[in-house]
Design a protein. Structure first.
Length: 333
């Protein structure tokens, strides 16, 4: 099984960030591009600052969310929505410190004394204990939120995150599945479930990536996950089709070209076709080390040693520590 530590950390942050800025009964609606202009025009407007902060919090742009949340809190610390946003930003900022988490915890506690049935504050409090690895306390707050609202999606997300940290994959998957039942359009949960099943080398991950891609058809990241899963589980025609679709949506994403070359090269032994894709990837990204290396392998397969050596040299030029190219070049010499 693959290591979950990196995935877990990102998953906690991503889900808390993407879900916390939504109210209990509605999702954040898209805002116009002039939200920055509004803040410039009304720099002391708490509603504008709150809207601005929520918007950028949802975009995981903490550099913009934190100043707005902080200023709004200073202007009106009695506004529970403002205090909640401020606590959530402090709690989820990648640059957060232990002091930030403790501060967020105090704010969540303040809200809960005023509004003991505030499920978002309860889950926020739970998340602070998760960061502290105090899962018993975290579950207490999660379960309290679910007693108040048995269909509260974010509580199931937090529960799944805890189980993921505890390496209980079965209960993690069950919790995320329940979250999708509460919100069938919960894009991020389908990605998480796909990643979980993929880490266990279970091809059912393709179903979850497919659903996520259907919900967000222009998201290149999920398209790549789906295409690569097809590739991993030997559904090569579908993988190639997905990579082609990615290129149509974003011609600057060199990896879609590289992977088509890789499939042609490694799986199908179509060297000439592979070289076309590798070269196209290098047009998009001239410093693409793996593409230079694989192009060298193709030249080597054609017994074109000078060009193979040149390709390996290019790979080492951009990454002197790329040992595969160094070993291949030394072998040829």
């Amino acid at each position: 099984m693959k290591n979950f530590s990196h995935f877990s950390a990102l998953f906690i942050l991503g889900f808390l960030t993407l879900t916390s800025c939504k109210s209990d009964n509605e999702k954040v609606k898209p805002v116009s591009d002039n939200i920055d202009t509004l803040v410039a025009l009304y720099p002391d407007s708490v509603p504008v600052l709150l809207r601005h902060g929520k918007y950028y919090f949802g975009k995981m742009r903490f550099d913009k969310a934190l100043p707005s949340a902080t200023k709004a809190f200073r202007l009106d610390s009695n506004n529970m929505d403002v205090r909640l946003l401020y606590a959530e930003v402090l709690n989820n900022d990648p640059k957060r410190t232990s002091e930030n988490i403790l501060s967020a915890q105090r704010h969540f506690d303040f809200i809960l004394k005023k509004e003991p049935k505030n499920t978002k504050a309860l889950v926020g409090m739970a998340s602070t204990y998760t960061f502290m690895q105090d899962f018993d306390r975290s579950f207490q707050y999660i379960n309290e939120a679910l007693r108040i609202d048995p269909k509260f999606r974010d509580a199931y997300v937090m529960k799944g995150t805890n189980y993921l940290q505890l390496n209980n994959m079965a209960l993690a998957k069950s919790s995320y599945e329940t979250a999708t039942q509460q919100d069938p359009e919960f894009f991020e949960a389908y990605i998480a479930l796909g990643d979980l099943y993929n880490s266990e080398e279970d091809p059912i991950c393709i179903q979850y990536y497919t659903t996520a891609s259907q919900l967000q058809p222009d998201d290149i990241g999920i398209m790549y996950k789906l295409a690569y899963a097809y590739q991993q589980y030997d559904r090569l025609d579908e993988a190639l089709a997905e990579y082609r679709a990615m290129y149509q949506k974003d011609a600057t994403f060199a990896m879609s070209l590289f992977q088509q070359g890789y499939i042609k090269h490694i799986y199908m032994n179509e060297i000439d076709s592979a070289m076309i894709y590798y070269n196209q990837a290098l047009v998009v990204e001239p410093k693409f080390v793996e593409a230079w290396h694989n192009l060298g392998m193709c030249y080597e397969a054609q017994n074109n040693i000078p060009k193979a050596l040149k390709s390996y040299s290019q790979a080492l030029k951009y990454n002197p520590g790329f040992e595969k190219s160094r070993e291949a070049a030394n072998k040829l010499r």
